[in-house]
Design a protein around this ligand. Structure first.
Ligand code: CO
Length: 134
């Protein structure tokens, strides 16, 4: 059912420092920072030949990643995002198998303007999973 790995998201305490690590030490193609107020994050994308790394930093007091950063002050891997062809079919399949969908269970528009859902880490090997319809 799942297709390509769309991105791995890493929450970081200092976006400029993290971008410099990927650009200068690792030699990757790194985007400019972008504020996404509706998601409560600022993002930098690292474009790799086969996938992307999404560097995330909280934006605003109600950022959904603020607690994660408080618990992981040096930063850490936050979620993996897998592509699916049909997000409703994927959701219904997973729910029928007992998986928990976060929020109200309805897809919302993600950071790339596509429908996304998040799945409970306890049902997926301790990893927060994002599904993105492509
Ligand atoms: Co994501």
């Amino acid at each position: 059912m799942i297709g390509k790995l769309n991105h791995v998201a890493i929450v970081v305490p200092d976006l400029a420092a993290a971008a410099a690590v990927y650009r200068d030490s690792l030699g990757a193609d790194v985007s400019a920072p972008e504020d996404l107020p509706e998601h409560g994050v600022t993002t930098v994308f690292v474009n790799l030949p086969n996938t992307k790394i999404e560097l995330l930093h909280p934006l605003g007091a109600d950022s959904p990643i603020q607690k994660f950063l408080a618990a992981h002050p040096s930063g850490g891997m936050h979620h993996v995002c897998y592509e699916v062809d049909d997000i409703i079919a994927a959701r219904d399949h997973l729910k029928a198998r007992g998986a928990r969908v976060l929020g109200n269970g309805e897809p919302r528009t993600g950071a790339h303007g596509k429908p996304v859902l998040f799945l409970h880490p306890k049902d997926f090997c301790g990893t927060l999973v994002e599904l993105e319809q492509v």
